[in-house]
Design a protein around this ligand. Structure first.
Ligand code: SME
Length: 182
């Protein structure tokens, strides 16, 4: 059940899958934070870390069809590394679930995207969504966005777990959010 992620990724060790039992979400997310720490290692390249962390989450989390980043660039969100179907490239601050979470700088859980006014449809299979803002000090870097084909897939335990992951991710991807003035 526990994956042997953690050492040697700079040297291209083979990844063993991170899928786990998410019935105890707090424990599973705590394990994922450890795996993420190993996966990042001492790597400082933001794109590498964003790409590998999106892949880790997409592989580890059950019932997700899109996991990835939107980074703040010149006042709008621009898609970054992700796993899933091709997605809309630019999202205005305040627009959709991502832009709303970014503007409020608050995690947003949407139980049914069809009931969220202004929801931006990328993959029509998506039925629920969680968006976690990524903030370094006062600076908004962007958001981490996860979609699920199951309505009500994300709850407060997911928000807690993903916020813990985000705290670990922020220093590893800080260079990817380029709006220093935001
Ligand atoms: N649904 C998002 C758009 C991004 S995709 O889900 C990948 C939104 O409403 O902001």
């Amino acid at each position: 059940m526990t994956a042997a992620v953690g050492i040697g990724y700079r040297d291209c060790m083979t990844y063993t899958n991170a899928q786990r039992d998410f019935r105890d979400k707090d424990t599973a997310y705590a394990e994922l934070v450890s795996e993420l720490t190993g996966l990042i290692g001492g790597e400082r390249d933001a794109i590498a870390n964003a790409a590998n962390s999106a892949a880790l989450l997409f592989d580890a989390l059950p019932e997700v069809n899109w996991v990835g980043y939107y980074f703040l660039r010149d006042g709008e969100l621009v898609v970054g590394p992700f796993q899933g179907k091709p997605a809309c490239v630019r999202i205005a601050m305040g627009a959709g679930v991502c832009g709303t979470a970014a503007q409020r700088r608050q995690t947003l859980i949407v139980e049914d995207v069809q009931n969220f006014p202004g929801h931006i449809v990328c993959d029509p299979a998506s039925r629920s969504e969680i968006v976690v803002p990524l903030v370094a000090g006062q600076r908004l870097l962007g958001v981490l966005d996860l979609d699920s084909p199951r309505p009500g897939r994300f709850d407060a335990a997911d928000a807690r777990g993903l916020e813990r992951l985000a705290r670990r991710l922020v220093p590893a991807i800080a260079a990817a959010g380029s709006d220093a003035a935001e």
